[in-house]
Design a protein around this ligand. Sequence first.
Ligand SMILES: [Zn+2]
Length: 326
Amino acid sequence: MTGPTTMKVEDQIPGIQDTPKPTNGDASPVNWESEIQLVSSLAKLQELERKIHELRHVVPSKLLEPLATLSGQSGPSSITYADSPAHLRDGLDQAARSQVAEIDSFKSTWQGPELKPVWDHVESRIKESNGQILQPTGMWERDYDVLLEELLQAEKSKEQERLHEEEEAERTKVQSSEGGWQVVVESFIQRNVPGVRVIKGQGAPSLAIALSKAGIIFHIEGVKENDGPAVAEWHVSSRAPPGRVPTKMENSITECLNSRSRKWDLAFLLDMISSYADLKQTTCVKCNKLTNNSAQLPTIRRAQSTQPSQQEPRVFAFDALHSSCA
Ligand SMILES: [Zn+2]
């Protein structure tokens, strides 16, 4: 019987969550100029109103439901009918308890910290207009939860576009920098990442990375853009010793490496490969286990989203996951 819960804008839009959370009784500064804030508040009120209509059926129909199902004797076959006065009384007790719980939950939502700033705002607006309130038509003209969803979606695509532009700017900067990809390799070698050895290639943009503890060698090859000097994409293959085919685990890692984002970014790829250095000791961030039910190690890597972009050289961190947990 619970409807869709209204989303908290505070949890979804970066920046808004930076405002202090409302503590008991203290009104926190809410930006009432923000359209998304207003729509989110209206969605909460709309949900409350929907709930009021639902609660109108508590007396008598919900409370007497056990009697109705008893007399009707028709309905979904899953309903078990009371076969004795004691069972009927249990049914009525249960109905009363669950309806009281519904009302209590409604009351606590109404009085809760999430709606407090909304009520405060409504009250202050009524005061500002000397008690004159806009007469509602009695109908909601918009579905505010739908509108909120649209606004959040738009906000998200704007954010994605911003990230994309940022990445494009980075790509241009890296590809036009003097020394190109070799500088990236040199700066990586200087970091002396434990368990990771770089084997430089000759001439063509290529190199190999040996992970000594994991016992895997990856071959990296740069694919050039329209025969220009810049490498458009770095491609990874795992190189098994002669006479041995790559294992299922190696293939799974190579697949994950090649499906990464920032395919132009060698520094990103080197950090991603390094995250496999302690493969046999790295637990999954989701289930916190080393091996899953199929005895597989976490072979999936996901870039952590909070990347400090000002750091030079930029170091990327990755979360390890089982393919079954990803
Ligand atoms: Zn897992």
